[in-house]
Design a protein around this ligand. Structure first.
Ligand code: NAD
Ligand code: 89V
Length: 343
């Protein structure tokens, strides 16, 4: 089978991981890149040996010669770039947050569906090795039916030095990081019926909220808590680990700091190490995220080749984005939000 050719738009901070991962993906390669910042374009083009370089996405689409586009820009440009891809019938991956509003996201999904163009959101956290390990145990039935969960990401890591825009937006932790944690909660315990949230800003140097506590009522009847913080000073910095607690009718799962997985079931306790691999181009502590970038991009190449739907399709991501919107609405109003009414 011929190798899929891809084009990447947005050669910023995170795209470096995506470019490294594309070099390891079987069945796909990047043949063109685009960034409106000439310095970033040169840096990434030279580092990864890409000759076809564009300062303007419209010019790149007009030239064509690629089977998919990987949109790695920040959210402000996502709608226009996904629309451009749909109008050229080019399958698209789009970074999270998929869109500025749920209304924009619905329009982007509808347009790609009308054009018959596959669309995946680069929602990579559910692809992390430890998260996949939790899902595998749950699927095995080892703890019975889960009735309660906690998905927790608490850190004091300085994310602002690498991504300065995170300090500038009215919205911060739910939109940037909680979006991943909410997606993990959906991936593990299923879709959500209602949501209640509370937020705080602890760091006076940023504009948005850096702490959120969110209560989810899942359609299955399970209840879970998603708690996220970038204002937690801990003796051992856990960034970027998501910690999980699940209680089921026959046992429990605990994914704790240091990638330690403990499963308590009817036959006793099993403890395992579910650490991610340190890929050749990865660096700690980011290696967990970096490995998941390779996993999601390989998934995209495989699904594009066999013509089936991706795990984090645009349509699937609407349900995660609805939780983000609902969390901000609930924190502002103090009320519980009905998720079905948003979708
Ligand atoms: P960044 O600002 O470092 O990079 C974005 C790049 O896109 C810049 O070089 C900018 O010049 C370019 N760009 C913006 N609009 C453009 C356009 N219309 N045409 C061409 N180039 C354009 O941002 P970043 O930190 O790399 O984040 C990019 C996206 O990745 C964000 O949406 C962020 O939330 C997401 N992200 C995801 C993860 C993850 O684990 N999934 C981690 C970090 C960041
Ligand atoms: O994954 C992300 O979206 C990143 C970070 C882990 C720093 O929150 O922005």
């Amino acid at each position: 089978m011929a190798e899929l050719k891809g084009a990447l738009i947005g050669c910023g901070f995170f795209a470096i991981n995506q470019m490294h991962a594309w070099q390891d993906v079987k069945g796909a390669q990047i043949v063109a890149i685009c960034d409106r910042d000439p310095e970033r374009l040169k840096l990434v083009g030279d580092q990864f040996g890409i000759e076809r370089r564009y300062g303007d996405a419209a010019a790149m689409f007009a030239d064509g010669g690629f089977d998919f586009v990987d949109i790695a820009t920040t959210v402000a440009s996502h709608r226009a770039l996904v629309e451009m891809a749909a109008s050229h019938k080019v399958p698209a991956i789009c970074q999270k947050p998929f869109a500025k509003t749920l209304g924009d996201a619905k329009a982007m999904v509808a347009l790609c569906a009308q054009a018959g163009v596959p669309l995946m959101v680069h929602e990579n956290f559910r692809w992390q090795t430890p998260i996949q390990a939790v899902k595998t145990v749950l699927r095995s039935g080892a703890i019975g039916d889960p009735f309660w969960g906690r998905f927790s990401f608490r850190s004091g890591f300085d994310v602002f030095s690498g991504q300065p825009y995170l300090a500038e937006g009215e919205r911060f932790i739910i939109e940037d990081l909680g979006i991943h944690t909410l997606d993990i909660a959906r991936f593990i315990l299923g879709d959500v019926a209602t949501l209640t949230a509370r937020t705080k800003r602890v760091n006076p140097a940023i504009k948005g909220e850096d702490v959120a506590t969110i209560l989810l009522d899942h359609e299955s009847g399970a209840t879970s808590i998603v708690d996220v913080s970038y204002a937690s000073r801990l003796s051992t910095e856990p960034f970027p680990e998501t910690l999980i607690e699940l209680d089921g009718t026959k046992g429990s799962i605990r994914l704790s700091q240091g990638y330690r997985l403990e499963v308590t079931g009817p036959d006793g306790v099993a403890i395992s190490d579910v650490s991610p691999q340190l890929l050749s181009w990865a660096s700690r502590p980011w290696h967990n995220i970096q490995e998941s970038v390779l996993a999601i991009q390989q998934h995209w190449a495989d699904r594009l080749a066999d013509g089936t739907e991706t795990s984090t399709s645009g349509a699937d991501n609407l349900k995660t984005l609805a939780l983000v919107e609902a969390a901000y609405d609930s924190a502002a109003s103090g009320r519980t939000v009905d998720i079905g009414a948003l979708l």
